[in-house]
Ligand binder design. Structure first.
Ligand SMILES: C[S@@+](CC[C@H](N)C(=O)[O-])C[C@H]1O[C@@H](n2cnc3c(N)ncnc32)[C@H](O)[C@@H]1O
Length: 329
């Protein structure tokens, strides 16, 4: 098993951004990704303002405000009141900036679990796997990729936009997730053909589309339930060179069926070569993670930890314990 390199040590080798720029960028990313106000880097901002030698306009305003002992603006109170009185929404739009400056915008649920599924929000491991993919685009370039448990689609949309795969198959088992996924793919310019619009993703239906001008990969959305999937069903899909999944190791029952589909995939590739498999795991409960590894061992699947992405591109919990396993199926 390879040792994971600490992310901070690697970051130290990179060109340094001015602290103001880095904080401004973190505010921008956090704001676009719909972070709660209290999760934005206020303390770092305060530190910069305190250390700043030139009196920035913001600092001047703050100092003036403090020295006058002025009441906060009435309009501010009104605006807060409006926000508090607004009816709760169940969905929101979040944007994730890619290094190219392009943004991925996703419609997501505001609750982490809704309609009986975890698949309507983007999870930290999905963002982490996208960061890793963008730094390791050769793994995906000109290859056929199958993603299991795609959820809202962040990882796959990032790979489709930035890593030039030949084909990309998104998959999930939950009807609402498939519907949301399909809308998000369309929202980000990866179009589905007109005949599939309106009736969404019906059971067992596969939607295929090429991007205008054949610039991007051939996109497929497939309903795949790891518990029910058969080898024949997998044979209907583009045989994958690479299989990925993020945050799918959280329930011991689920890991059994996940391992089951990986075994089926190992034997149904047209050219007889097993696909490369990468699974990003958030380790919430070490027992669940260890059990996954034990179960892999029982069926003879070897695994190794791949080095962490060096650069943090997206805004998510910095303390989340996430690791990517490469499985040799
Ligand atoms: C925690 S979410 C992760 C979603 C996405 N990969 C991410 O990282 O944001 C787990 C995903 O696995 C899917 N899933 C759970 N059980 C599944 C099964 N038996 N077959 C297929 N997908 C499943 C869920 O619908 C959900 O989209």
């Amino acid at each position: 098993m390879e040792e994971q390199e600490p992310r901070q040590e690697r970051a130290a080798c990179e060109p340094k951004e001015a602290p103001e720029e880095s904080v401004a960028l973190r505010f921008q990313r956090g704001f676009l990704a719909g972070k709660r106000l209290r999760d934005l880097p206020w303390e770092d901002l305060e530190q910069i303002l305190k250390n700043s030698e030139d009196s920035s306009p913001l600092l001047t305003v703050l100092q003036k405000h403090e020295s006058m002992g002025a009441e906060p603006l009435e309009q501010l109170y009104e605006a807060i009141g409006d926000v508090l009185n607004t009816e709760e929404t169940t969905q929101c739009y979040k944007s994730y900036l890619l290094p190219s400056g392009d943004a991925i915008t996703l419609c997501e649920s505001v609750a982490i679990i809704s309609r009986g599924t975890t698949g309507l929000v983007t999870w930290d491991a999905g963002l982490y796997l996208a960061e890793w993919a963008l730094e390791n685009s050769a793994v995906f370039c000109n290859r056929s990729v199958l993603e299991l448990g795609s959820g809202t689609g962040l990882t796959g949309i990032a790979i489709s936009k930035a890593c030039r795969p030949r084909t990309y198959t998104f998959s999930d088992h939950h009807e609402c997730v498939l519907q949301q996924l399909s809308e998000n793919i369309r929202l980000n310019g990866l179009f589905l053909p007109p005949e599939t619009r309106g009736h969404g993703v019906a059971k067992q239906e596969i939607c295929e589309a090429e991007l205008p001008g054949s610039q991007g990969p051939e996109i497929t959305i497939a309903e795949l339930d790891w518990n029910l999937v058969t080898k024949d069903r997998l044979a209907e899909l583009q045989s994958p060179d690479v299989v990925i999944a993020a945050d799918v190791v959280y329930d011991p029952e689920l890991t059994q069926s996940l391992i089951g589909i990986l075994q089926k995939l190992s034997s149904c590739n047209g050219d007889g070569e097993a696909p490369e498999v990468y699974i990003a795991c958030t380790i919430r409960n070490p027992d669940t993670y260890c059990r996954f590894q034990t179960e892999l061992g029982k069926v003879g699947i070897r695994w190794q930890v791949v080095p962490s992405p060096q650069k943090k591109l997206f805004s998510y919990d910095q303390h989340a314990n996430i690791t990517i396993l490469r499985l040799h199926v």
